[in-house]
Design a protein around this ligand. Structure first.
Ligand code: NAD
Ligand code: WQD
Length: 335
């Protein structure tokens, strides 16, 4: 079976490409490398001893996309390509709307032209915004609080409309919670550009001495220790969720939506403690003001994915931190 993975050189895409190769799929990746390096795919191939067909192209280039679809015969698409930094999306909304929406529209038009009608889309827990209750089920109202989150919700709506127009489509909307960790080999992992926005890459860079200390954004939330609580999920568990989602699409379910999380919330302080235990390194931190737009507590109810996809996240927070540290300590400068 031939799978096209857009954004496959990125953090989640590289781990997912590996899982698909190991499961026996043929993998083709399209990535413009705007937030990744081709080295990630070279390492994926080294880990599993299988080849990836790679095209360095932009989804905004529909002529290039069409050529790739003519040269290949895809059975399904796993669509990761997009920009994902919340703060940057507030500063550059047009960049985000253009890249994420136009890129997706080009992809969908191309898929339609070539009669490829199965797609797994990387949505996000960010579509729930500041949730009215936790744990979050898929029916909870969606109200994203920033342009990035709105691109995710708009793409979900576009895909639902596409299905209404043509029920031959099969579409999985996967709402990821907070992916962290790395493949246990330590060869692939998260390699953000510049100073990381997200908690784990920031802690990992403090641990290798690239950053002096962690700023904890708020210690006055109504949580167990006052710091924000999130549902951290191992990136390899998340990658395996995509295999299960594609298997589901092969049963022609129409549009399906799943939360991919563990169902457990951990505070910032609990994550620091787990990372210290995993690495043996002390992480200096300072409390600072809350970050605009942050919610107190966000964690999934993953029951639907557990039952419908027969998928459950397996790896605990200590393993997530050990694998993050294994990657970061062996690759202090990233790829
Ligand atoms: P990433 O930035 O590492 O990967 C995205 C990849 O897409 C990058 O390799 C980038 O070069 C590529 N890309 C971006 N725009 C492109 C375009 N126009 N054409 C071709 N390639 C393009 O991010 P990630 O963390 O691996 O996230 C993958 C997907 O999952 C994204 O859609 C993201 O919004 C979504 N997501 C991520 C998280 C998270 O916390 N990492 C959480 C929820 C959802
Ligand atoms: C986690 C916790 C922070 C950094 C983001 C996106 C979301 C999704 C996942 C894509 C919070 C605290 C963080 C730091 C801190 N991505 N923190 N100091 O905000 O839950 O989710 O990534 O779809 O859309 O918003 O993740 O890792 O940034 O923060 O104290 O330097 O760590 O306040 O409580 P977040 P995060």
């Amino acid at each position: 079976m031939n799978v096209l993975i857009t954004g496959g050189a990125g953090y989640i895409g590289s781990h997912t490409s590996l899982e698909f190769l190991q499961a026996g799929y043929n993998v083709t990746v399209i990535d413009n490398l705007c937030n990744s390096k081709q080295e990630s795919l070279i390492r994926v191939q080294e880990i599993c001893g299988k080849d990836i067909t790679f095209y360095q192209n932009d989804l905004l280039d529909s002529a290039a996309l069409d050529k790739i679809f003519k040269q290949n015969s895809f059975d399904a698409v796993i669509h990761f390509a997009g920009l994902k930094a919340v703060g940057e999306s507030v500063e550059k909304p047009l960049l985000y709307y253009n890249n994420n929406l136009t890129g997706t529209l080009n992809l969908l038009e191309c898929m339609q032209r070539h009669n490829v009608k199965k797609i797994v889309f990387s949505s996000s827990a960010t579509v729930y915004g500041n949730p009215l209750k936790v744990p979050i089920t898929e029916e909870l109202s969606t109200q994203p609080t920033n342009p990035y989150g709105r691109t995710k919700l708009m793409i979900e709506d576009i895909l639902k409309d596409l299905y209404i127009s043509d029920p031959d489509w099969d579409i999985a909307l996967l709402r990821y919670f907070n992916p962290i960790g790395a493949h246990h080999s330590g060869k692939i992992g998260e390699d953000p550009n510049g100073i990381p926005n997200n908690l784990l890459p920031y802690i990992a860079q403090v641990a290798v001495g690239k950053l002096p200390h962690l700023n904890i954004f708020g210690n006055d939330y109504p949580t167990i220790d006052g710091t924000g609580v999130r549902d951290y999920i191992h990136v390899v568990d998340l990658a395996k969720g995509h295999l299960k989602a594609l298997e589901k699409l092969l049963t022609s379910p129409g549009v399906v939506t799943y939360n991919l999380g563990t169902g457990k919330g951990y505070s910032v302080i609990e994550i620091i403690e787990a990372f210290q235990q995993a690495s043996g390194i002390e992480i200096p931190y300072k409390f600072t003001h809350r970050r605009a737009g942050d919610a107190a507590e966000i964690y999934a109810d993953p029951t639907l994915a557990n039952t419908d996809l027969k998928w459950t996240a397996q790896k605990d927070v200590l393993t997530m931190c050990k694998d993050t540290w294994n990657w970061q300590s062996h690759n202090p400068q990233g790829y």
